[in-house]
Design a protein around this ligand. Structure first.
Ligand code: 5GP
Ligand code: MN
Ligand code: MN
Length: 323
C-alpha cells in the first residue's frame, strides 16, 4: 500500500498540464476516476486532457467517448506535463497509448492487487473497492469540497466496480463513510443504479440468454463456464458489454464458486472474464495467462479456437483445485 496523499498533492501542484489515461476496454471505474480528476485539476486552474484507447462498449459509459481522445499528439508531450494513469496495474494496459505515456513523468492511482511497480508518484491501495474512492481521498485531502458532478463520477465508478455494493465484505465501515459524504455532496443512489442497469438493447438481452443457455458446469458444479462469439454479436446486432448482469446471473447459482466467460474479440482471439464467489483466487489464474485483476474479478486474453480456449481455462481451474 502506497497511500500518503500529501506527496501526491504536492506533485500535482508542480505541473500545469496533465494527460490522464486509464486502461483499454475502459469501465466505469477507470473513466470516472479520469473524469473526476480532470474536473479537480481544472478547478485548480490546470489543463487536463483525457485519453483512452477505448472501445466504449459498456452501456453505462457508451456516450462518453466524445470526452476522450484516442491519441496523444507530440505537442501534448511538451512543457511541464504529468501523465496520470488510473485503474491500471501495468503501463501496457493503457493499450497503444502506453509507449507515449512512458515518455512523461508518471503518476499511478490504482487499486489492483498485483501489479508492476511503475510510475514516479504512486497512490495505490489494493484494499480500496474502486480507484474512484482513491480520487475522492485525494480531493478531500486537498481541502477542497467535492463538486456534485465529481461525487457522481466517484459514486458511479464505485458502483460499477462493486456491483452496486454486492462485492463489499464485512469490516469496511470507512467505505460507507466515504459513500455517505458522496450522498451529502448530492449523489442519488437510485439514479446511479438506473445508469448502471437501464437502457439496455433487446439484442444484448438475447445475447445474455445465449450465454446462460450455453453455460456448462464442471467440478461438481463449482465452476460454470460459457462463451460468446463475434457471430453472435453480428447476428443480434449488439456490441454491448454488460458483464455485471451476466456475472450476477451466473454467480447466483447454488454451489457455483467460480465463473468464466470467454468472448471472441477477433477471429480466434478471446477475452476471458473470471469471477469468484468465495476463496478461489481467479486473479492468480488470469495472471498465469498474462492477464490480471483482483482475487474475485480478473481477466486475460487468449488465442485459439473457442474449444481450445475453454479447455485451457478448465485445465487451469483443475490445476488450482488440485494444488
Ligand atoms: P472485467 O472482467 O470486468 O473486464 O475485468 C475484471 C478485472 O480484471 C478488472 O480489474 C480488470 O482490470 C482486470 N482485467 C480484465 N482483463 C484483463 C487483462 O487482459 N489484463 C489485465 N492485466 N487485467 C485484466
Ligand atoms: Mn477497471
Ligand atoms: Mn477498478
Amino acid at each position: 500500500m502506497e497511500r500518503d496523499a500529501r506527496p501526491i498533492l504536492d506533485a500535482l501542484e508542480k505541473y500545469d498540464n496533465f494527460i490522464i489515461a486509464g486502461h483499454q476496454e475502459p469501465d466505469g471505474d477507470c473513466l470516472c476516476s479520469q473524469m473526476a480528476l480532470a474536473s479537480f485539476l481544472k478547478r485548480k486552474g490546470k489543463s487536463a486532457k483525457l485519453v483512452s484507447a477505448g472501445p466504449f462498449n459498456r452501456p453505462e459509459i457508451r456516450s462518453w467517448e466524445k470526452f476522450f481522445s484516442s491519441t496523444i499528439r507530440n505537442d501534448d508531450l511538451q512543457g511541464s506535463t504529468l501523465g496520470i494513469i488510473t485503474d491500471c496495474s501495468s503501463p501496457d494496459r493503457t493499450g497503444p497509448l502506453g509507449e507515449q505515456l512512458e515518455r512523461l513523468p508518471l503518476m499511478v492511482i490504482d487499486h489492483h492487487s498485483a501489479g508492476e511497480d511503475f510510475g514516479d508518484y504512486r497512490f495505490i491501495d489494493s484494499n480500496s473497492p474502486s480507484t474512484t474512492l482513491l480520487v475522492q481521498q485525494l480531493i478531500e485531502a486537498s481541502g477542497m469540497e467535492l463538486t456534485e458532478e465529481e461525487a457522481e463520477f466517484i459514486f458511479l465508478g464505485f458502483c460499477t466496480d462493486t456491483g452496486f455494493f454486492r462485492h463489499i465484505g464485512s469490516g469496511k465501515p470507512d467505505v460507507f463513510q466515504a459513500v455517505s459524504r458522496l450522498v451529502e455532496a448530492g449523489v442519488s443512489p437510485n439514479a446511479t443504479h438506473r445508469v448502471m442497469t437501464g437502457g439496455r438493447t433487446h439484442g444484448s438481452r438475447r445475447l445474455l440468454g445465449r450465454i446462460l443457455e450455453r453455460s456448462r458446469l464442471h467440478f461438481d458444479g463449482k465452476l460454470i463456464i460459457s462463451w460468446e462469439t463475434l457471430e453472435d454479436r453480428r447476428e443480434l446486432g449488439t456490441d454491448d458489454r454488460d458483464s455485471d448482469s451476466m456475472y450476477q446471473m451466473l454467480q447466483s447459482i447454488g454451489g457455483v464458486e467460480s465463473v468464466a466467460v470467454i468472448q471472441e474479440e477477433d477471429l480466434d482471439l478471446f477475452s476471458v472474464g473470471l469471477r469468484s464467489n468465495f476463496d478461489t483466487d481467479v486473479g492468480a489464474i488470469a495472471k498465469s495467462f498474462g492477464g490480471g485483476g483482483h482475487r474475485k474479478a480478473a481477466g486475460c486474453t487468449l488465442k485459439g479456437s473457442k474449444d481450445e480456449v475453454l479447455d485451457r481455462i478448465i485445465k487451469a481451474f483443475q490445476i488450482l483445485n488440485n494444488s
